[in-house]
Ligand binder design. Structure first.
Ligand SMILES: [Ca+2]
Ligand SMILES: [Ca+2]
Ligand SMILES: [Ca+2]
Ligand SMILES: [Ca+2]
Length: 265
């Protein structure tokens, strides 16, 4: 007899009985052992949680951030949207610094994917630099904010976002907690274009208090929520322009600091 290894086929354990085997639990035998299969396609074979997770399952965005269909991507049928839990003046480190803040908070919360801020500077618009999703934007607790990019940018999209907790406008941060505030730097119109080339806090690099300003907005439509008459025609995303200063050295006061709205790409 040539060779000394075991004879037979490699079989993969199916602990959670969904007919898909665990690539890490093998047995070698001529005949199929009880509880084993020839395939190694199960990405979760935990008997307590993995029965509904296999290549035949439907991917769901339910706040558990599981890869139900074992395709290697988590919640690929949605894009998450959240508001940063931190605030700052107009010096965001440019668009790239703002995007990095979004990514850091998403990563800390274990949200899947790549994130960028809903933000324009004097040259680059949000619409031109953000992936325009064909699948729904959802909060970290999986409430649908908009059905896709065109729905998100049609100017009337943020009702679900606004009433996420059913009582008042109150967006979620990356870990799905209500942050109690809804003011974000944007310089972006509701259609994603630049709101004002002169109102991006010097391309989001300035905390200057007097000579530069930045446009901010709410995460919901204030005219719908409270009947407030805004400086601009849209209160969602561009309510008004304001000093870029977090700390106002001249007046010795702390100005309002704003959050960022972050979108998965
Ligand atoms: Ca299995
Ligand atoms: Ca499974
Ligand atoms: Ca998946
Ligand atoms: Ca999922």
């Amino acid at each position: 007899m040539m060779g000394g290894g075991p004879t037979g086929t490699t079989w993969y354990q199916d602990a959670d009985s969904d007919t898909y085997g665990n690539p890490n639990e093998t047995a070698t035998a001529v005949d199929q052992p009880l509880g084993y299969f020839a395939n190694s396609l199960d990405c979760n074979d935990d008997v307590n949680e993995g029965g509904d997770i296999n290549p035949d399952a439907t991917e769901v965005a339910d706040g558990t951030f599981a890869d139900e269909n074992c395709d290697g991507s988590v919640d690929e049928n949605v894009r998450y949207i959240f508001v940063t839990s931190t605030t700052s003046g107009g010096n965001l480190g440019g668009l790239s610094g703002a995007d990095a803040t979004c990514q850091t908070q998403a990563d800390l919360a274990a949200l899947p994917g790549t994130y960028r801020a809903w933000l324009s500077d004097s040259i680059t618009s949000g619409a031109s630099r953000l992936t325009q999703s064909s699948v729904p934007y959802v909060t970290p607790d999986a409430a649908v904010v908009a059905n896709d990019w065109s729905d998100f940018t049609d100017g009337t999209t943020n009702v679900v976002w606004m009433y996420a907790d059913a009582t008042q406008p109150n967006p979620l941060n990356a870990v799905g907690a209500y942050i109690g505030e809804y003011v974000t730097w944007t310089n972006t119109k509701s259609d994603g274009t630049i709101a004002d080339i002169g109102s991006s806090c010097e391309d989001w690099t300035s905390d200057e208090s007097v000579f530069v300003s930045g446009i901010w907005g709410h995460t919901y439509d204030e005219t719908v929520y409270s009947g407030m008459k805004a400086s601009y025609s849209e209160t969602w995303t561009r309510l008004q322009s304001m000093s870029c200063a977090h700390w106002d050295a001249i007046n010795g006061t702390t100005e309002l600091a704003f959050h960022l709205l972050c979108l998965q790409q």
